[in-house]
Design a protein around this ligand. Structure first.
Ligand code: NAI
Length: 506
């Protein structure tokens, strides 16, 4: 198979430019690497050669392949040297004016048929392309760090980009071993837009004092299957990177409440507690190792009270079976006895509201999150209300930990932790489909490969039930009166009709 672009220019020999040059050479292109900082392109080339030599040592490449790759990358010193390129990918500093000036110069040098691409992550492709006489030949080509390992690239069509340009870039991405997804030129494109829900909602939950950072992380890892908790993730990416992205997307969407950043990260950024790289973030990193706070043990309770389960509990039959299997005495009366621990399992509502509406004795009422199938989760999450008695809280904790499963007890919150975070992610993704930012299939692929979520966000919504997602959001809106929870029309209609979130209209 012949390579789509035989001569590829890569401008910017930083982290991203090097990675792009590497996979372009591996695809079979001749690559010219350019950087305005003296010697940077040559150093970038050396780093690539070292990378390939390492693969040679590991037996992943043979000597001939290694030599061939080395011969395909050349460092150059001026834009003029890129004249013969049929594709140029720009990966210089994230500054609109710098990029525009560079593209203007580039267009005066390359042939009229050459395709021009920018690896920008947060600027408008349309705005960059206005520097060109032929804006139709330019597109976004947004890779992720580290490029060789993150196997997805967003192909972004600006206002005037010709569809053929996007098709060619997508084909080339395939030759580089990457999956291309097609995005409209909108703030955050696909991955950085879809990724807004996880951290911002977790920050809201922490900000309300519902649970500490480590508990929220444990819940989202163990209950919802995320590889990293939101605060572990923020520590890894560092707040000097992630907080400005939160602010930028919020502003670019004209202060859409779903993307509202948090004062928690603003303050921590100001304090320099950036994350792993500064040794202190949401966790501490003495000697580079994360220090995880110990988890509070389950209390010892000699005699468990009888348990009464609200008739309106989510997954009630399952909850009754679970309580029975754990050895508690179940009450079957229409109302709890005076001694009973009262269990509620709301979707979206907080325990306080449920206790008040169902006229339950709040001092004995504890909530459990049963949006998630108990058999499929490694952790159970309980919530108290401000009136819950200590003995009832301890009894519930001891009961649900009695088979060895981890239990977290949080303060009252609409939707517990997983419901809130998952519903927020699903709602943002649904709205991206509603706006036509990309196709549902590309959204799923981009999020799985770009963010490493356990499922694509629409599949996540289908897993927990589109109707449940809708119920969680409606009730969160009631509890918080906050427009950030208003359901997207995409979710509202599919949830109301019980359709899959990937369902397309005929
Ligand atoms: P970097 O700072 O590691 O490298 C940028 C390089 O561009 C530097 O070597 C600099 O000397 C060079 N440069 C600056 N102005 C130039 C000019 N006018 N002409 C030629 N070279 C110039 O930056 P990084 O992280 O590689 O990012 C580059 C681009 O990729 C930015 O647009 C960024 O937003 C985007 N991006 C970055 C990601 C990341 O995780 N670092 C992820 C996805 C996109």
């Amino acid at each position: 198979m012949t390579v789509k672009f035989s001569n590829v220019g890569v401008i910017g020999a930083g982290a991203m430019g090097r990675g792009i040059a590497q996979i372009a050479a591996q695809a079979g292109s001749q690559v010219l690497l350019l950087d305005s900082f003296e010697g940077a392109a040559a150093r970038g080339r050396e780093a690539l050669l070292a990378q390939w030599r390492k693969q040679l040592d590991k037996g992943k490449l043979d000597a001939a392949q290694c030599d061939a790759l080395a011969s395909r990358v050349q460092a150059v010193e001026s834009v003029q040297a890129l004249a013969a390129c049929d594709l140029v990918i720009e990966a210089v500093v994230e500054d609109l004016e710098v990029k525009r000036a560079l593209f203007r110069e580039l267009e005066s040098v390359v042939s009229p048929s050459a395709i021009l691409a920018s690896n920008t992550s947060s600027l408008s492709v349309t705005a960059i392309a206005t520097a060109l006489k032929q804006p139709q030949r330019m597109a976004g080509f947004h890779f992720f760090n580290p490029v060789p390992l993150m196997k997805v690239v967003e192909v972004v069509a600006g206002f005037k980009t010709e569809p053929e340009v996007c098709r060619q870039l997508a084909d080339y991405a395939g030759q580089m071993g990457h999956s291309a997804v097609q995005a409209k030129d909108t703030p955050g494109f696909i991955v950085n837009h879809a990724g807004r829900g996880y951290g911002t909602e977790a920050l809201r939950i922490a900000g309300e004092g519902v649970a500490d950072f480590a508990t929220i992380d444990r819940i989202l890892r163990d209950q919802a299957g995320f590889r990293l908790g939101p605060f572990e993730l923020l520590d890894l990416t560092a707040l000097d990177v992630s907080h400005p992205v939160m602010e930028s997307i919020y502003r670019q969407y004209y202060e859409e409440p779903r993307f509202r950043p948090s004062v928690i990260t603003a303050q921590r950024l100001a304090a320099g507690a950036l994350g792993r790289k500064t040794g202190e973030g949401f966790y501490r990193y003495p000697d580079g190792e994360m220090q995880k706070p110990a988890e509070p043990p389950a209390p010892k309770v000699d005699t468990l009270p009888p348990v009464w389960v609200s008739p309106r509990a989510a997954r009630r039959p399952e909850l009754l079976r679970l309580v029975h299997a754990l050895g508690a005495q179940l009450e079957s009366g229409a109302a709890p006895s005076g001694a009973a621990l009262i269990l509620v399992a709301p979707l979206g509502f907080d325990v306080t509201t449920v206790a008040a509406v169902e006229r339950l004795d709040a001092t004995r009422t504890v909530g459990i999150d049963l949006m998630v199938d108990d058999a499929a989760t490694r952790r159970r999450v309980l919530a108290t209300n401000p009136a819950t008695r200590r003995d009832m809280r301890d009894a519930a904790h001891a009961l649900f930990a009695s088979d060895g499963k981890a239990v977290s007890v949080i303060r009252d919150s609409g939707g517990f932790v997983t419901q809130r975070v998952v519903a927020t992610i699903v709602n943002i993704a649904s709205d991206m489909c509603q706006q036509g930012v990309c196709s549902p299939a590309d959204l799923e692929l981009a999020v799985r490969l770009g963010l490493g979520y356990p499922q694509g966000p629409l599949a996540m919504g289908d897993l927990y039930g589109p109707t449940n997602m809708l119920e969680v959001l409606f009730n969160l809106q009631t509890v918080y009166g906050d427009p950030r929870y208003r359901p997207s029309p995409w979710l509202r209609r599919r949830g109301a009709l019980g359709l899959s979130l990937t369902h397309l209209e005929e």
